[in-house]
Design a protein around this ligand. Sequence first.
Ligand code: AMP
Length: 198
Amino acid sequence: MINIILLGPPGAGKGTQAQRLVEAHGMVQLSTGDMLREAKDSGTEMGNRVAEVMARGELVTDEIVIGLIEEKLTGDNGGGFIFDGFPRTLAQADALGALMAKTGKTLDAVIELQVDDAVLVDRIVGRAEQARAAGQPVRADDNAESLKQRLMEYYKKTSPLIGYYYAKGDLRSVNGLGEIEAVAAEIAAVLPQPEPTS
Ligand code: AMP
């Protein structure tokens, strides 16, 4: 069982690659973005509170997302957890480390998906256009204004995690610019091998 973080800016392909790892290794995807959208769609008090913040492309409070992750860590972890879109701040990274230690788990690798900003904008605009063409709901934050804000939040608050995990010896950087298959192969090549269970 291995536990990993997928790190990268919005549109880097974290969700897509997480889904593939779920299928290939029976891992469990923990996406705080999905959890927050679920809370919003089901109209919980917390969901209502975060809806506007998310639509603007800002980060919701550390307290909320750490609480969401804490609830899931005691649940079924299948072939291991994939943290997707969490942590996004240094405080969240520290909290995750503490929660993992408390629950007797290890963080085995942090996989950084490296992409160009121009590609991110194209991908996100493309994601919104595809959803529109298919008659599916478009994410409230998949528009130019929110995207700019999401990128800014990433560079200001999340990108310091690259140095943080590098210093811990956990960082594995892969080129996230290729086709989905090619990126998946790069990830497979840097994924730590699970300890054999005896
Ligand atoms: P995502 O689906 O990962 O792109 O997340 C969508 C939005 O949810 C973000 O733009 C934030 O508003 C919020 N969000 C998701 N994960 C986090 C997190 N770890 N910390 C703070 N805000 C988050």
